[in-house]
Design a protein around this ligand. Sequence first.
Ligand code: SF4
Length: 296
Amino acid sequence: MLSQADSVLNDLHEARYYICHPDCMVECQLCPHYCRIKPGQTGRCLGRLNLGGKLYAASYGQLSSVALDPIEKKPLRRFFPGSTILSVGAYGCNLNCEFCQNWHIALKHVATEYYAPEELVDLAIAEKSNGNIGLAFTYNEPLITFEYVLDTCKLAKAAGLQTVLVTNGMINPDPMKELLPYVDAMNIDLKAFRPLFYHKICRGELEAVKRTIKLSVPVCHVEITTLLIPGLNDEDAEIEAAAKWIASIDRLIPYHLTRHHPAYRMLQPGPIALDRMDHLAAIARHHLSDVGLGNI
Ligand code: SF4
């Protein structure tokens, strides 16, 4: 088996969606951060590396986890219920949420093994005998490995597999539009419904996430998740506003209200009370026909 460093060098894939500046500086245009990256450095997501004035998809094919999961674990409630899906993750993320539930792979490099797109699709096909329906890109943020996800989803679709993304939705519209024809289902996080929460607690942009949701709903199956954190994003008015906005796109979109566990830099507050979750779900059900609770 190749080491991570060897395989990165052997399997360098030039990134898409970037422009060059003087002095070998590059600007990544994949997501709304528009990182300006010096030679030898990565963007804030860790997945895109400037080598000699060219931007490379450093995490292309570098998988830290490969597992056959129930589809409900993604979570997807209305997409092949009862099935399993081969789920893979790499490392890195373009958000930096203080409450990150997957910080051990989202915010630093971890040990990985290289899987070419063809190898991963072959593995997914082999797992069909165990009930596998396809491939899910999950655990860390898949969109920062845009080129790998695109290449693999194209092959997976050609092989008759279902393709799933579990994503924070922080991507620019052009790459999203390029990828969408090869994606069957997504769970998109709506981490809060206030721009300040995204800005201060996640270092992201609510408007970009809303734009991704609007772009995706007409093209593939979409479910939405809000991880509830007491005192930060669980006011009645905020959940009502989020549910109303989702319903303005389609009131049938499944909405997951899930319970967070203290993690990473946010060890307080503790998990939200179950009766409070029930109350918020009842509010959301005034606008949406399919609201469920998770992590309870
Ligand atoms: S995808 Fe990564 S490198 Fe590119 S702009 Fe976003 S955070 Fe920066």
